[in-house]
Design a protein. Structure first.
Length: 458
């Protein structure tokens, strides 16, 4: 059998600077040990996020050149609207400038103070928007997600018993929607099975509550369904996607992930009434309903990206690279969330540095060390991101304390992954030398991880 090779070739390159450890120690100190505060020029391999950082295709760049920049009724809007209808099946659609803007518009329409929003490990901006409105996000993720050594294939699943207990506990008018995040980012980029989506929808219909998909990495989720769910092995990605979204009443989308663009998002839904209500907020926050904070060229690029990234070959190349890094780390003995997820490798920081107290931000400590030793920028998915309880003001300590190494699409080579693996191994081999972690010296009242400031505990 011939070896695997990517189904594309590289047309343009960008120079990156390989700094010294002395420089990085000074830069991260000046950034108050928050990786978000680093300049991109100070980063060698940037795995902070896969959001908006991928390389667009030649066809996407070509589509941008034909963007219609009319304020109202642009042809680019209709091109994207028709693509959304074709791929997801929704009649009603509102463009937004990115995913959190889609959440802002939708949640402004349907969430009120005191509401309960069940889901599977709500992403940080999702939970932030919920709690900003003085509502509560309830995590109903399957317990398998919290055992990083387990190879359970669908750790993104919603636990149906947890969900039904939540639906029974509160009156219907307190639960405006159920959110299913595909793939489940906060539990390690883990997919949700199609069977689970179907069962969640059936349960939601029993209680007459709508289901919305947080769809940033929907295509990667469909890939895993094809690979891991026997019933769908002979289905195309587009066929799987169409069935997935038949079990949803609507969706929010950060197009910066699985549409492989630098900026963009949207909301889509079945309900005409909800569309009309959301349109009011879209005009207030984003722009007119046929552009929603996006240029015509952006909408053209999204439409093309959605078409391309719902093809098996494109997804296979992307996910195989993530898996390549994950296998390298596993072979080095480094504890990671298994099986390897779609967009990132997640290091289990509690197992990596068991001697560091949870109050000293274990995952943030590992992420800072990755930068100092190798110039690699990852991100903490743990206590810092979990934020404080809005009622008690105390730190929330999640079950998982992870460092996410999110790999941009079509951006780095496997040689870069070899380098990342070598840096991780170097730190892992000397992990016992770490005695203390970090403390926060400044934090914002919500979504603190973006701007928090730290100092090392001596």
């Amino acid at each position: 059998m011939l070896p695997y090779a990517e189904p594309y070739k590289i047309k343009m390159v960008e120079r990156i600077y390989r700094s010294t450890e002395k420089e990085r120690k000074q830069w991260i100190k000046e950034a108050k040990y928050n990786l978000f505060k680093l300049k991109s020029s100070q980063v060698y391999i940037d795995l902070l996020t896969d959001s908006g950082t991928g390389a667009m295709s030649d066809k996407q760049w070509a589509a941008m050149m034909t963007g219609d920049e009319s304020y109202a009724g642009a042809s680019s809007y209709y091109k994207l609207k028709n693509t959304v209808k074709k791929i997801f099946g929704f009649d009603y659609f509102l463009p937004t400038h990115q995913g959190r803007a889609a959440e802002n518009v939708l949640f402004s329409t349907i969430i009120k103070e005191g509401d309960i929003i069940p889901g599977n490990s709500h992403f940080d901006t999702t939970k932030g928007h919920i709690e900003f409105r003085k509502a509560k996000a309830v995590d109903c993720t399957t317990d398998e997600a919290f055992d990083t050594s387990s190879d359970f294939p669908f750790k993104g699943n919603i636990d149906l018993n947890k969900l039904e207990n939540t639906l029974k506990k509160y009156p219907k008018e307190k639960i405006p929607l159920i959110i299913v995040t595909i793939t489940n980012n906060s539990s390690g980029g883990q997919p949700v099975s199609l069977q689970n989506m179907k069962e969640v929808k059936k349960l939601a219909e029993k209680y007459d509550i709508p289901v919305f998909f947080d769809s940033a990495r929907f295509a990667e989720n469909a890939y895993f369904i094809k690979i891991r769910e026997e019933k769908y092995k002979n289905k195309t990605i587009k066929e799987i996607v169409k069935e997935m979204f038949s079990y949803a009443d609507g969706m929010t989308m950060s197009s910066k992930k699985d549409a492989i663009v630098n900026m963009g998002g949207f909301i889509a839904m079945k309900s005409k009434e909800l569309f009309k209500k959301a349109s009011v907020y879209n005009i207030m926050y984003e722009g007119f309903i046929t552009y929603g904070g996006l240029s015509g060229r952006d909408m053209n690029a999204i439409a093309q990206g959605l078409e391309e990234n719902t093809e098996f070959e494109t997804l296979e190349a992307r996910i195989k690279q993530v898996e390549y890094l994950g296998i390298k780390l596993i072979e080095a003995g480094i504890p990671v969330q298994r099986p390897i997820g779609g967009h990132a490798v997640f290091i289990d920081a509690k197992k990596f540095l068991p001697q560091i107290k949870k109050e000293e931000y274990i995952a943030q400590t590992v992420a800072v060390e990755l930068y100092i030793v190798g110039g690699i920028r990852g991100v903490e998915i743990g206590t810092v991101l979990a934020d404080r309880d809005p009622v008690t003001g105390k730190n929330r300590y999640p079950k998982l304390e992870l460092v996410r190494l999110a790999i941009p699409r079509r951006t780095y080579t496997n040689s870069h992954m070899d380098y990342v693996a070598a840096v991780c191994k170097k730190i892992f081999d000397t992990r016992h030398e770490a005695k203390r972690g970090l403390k926060i010296t400044f934090e914002a009242p919500i979504m603190r991880h973006f701007t928090a400031e730290f100092e090392k505990i001596k």
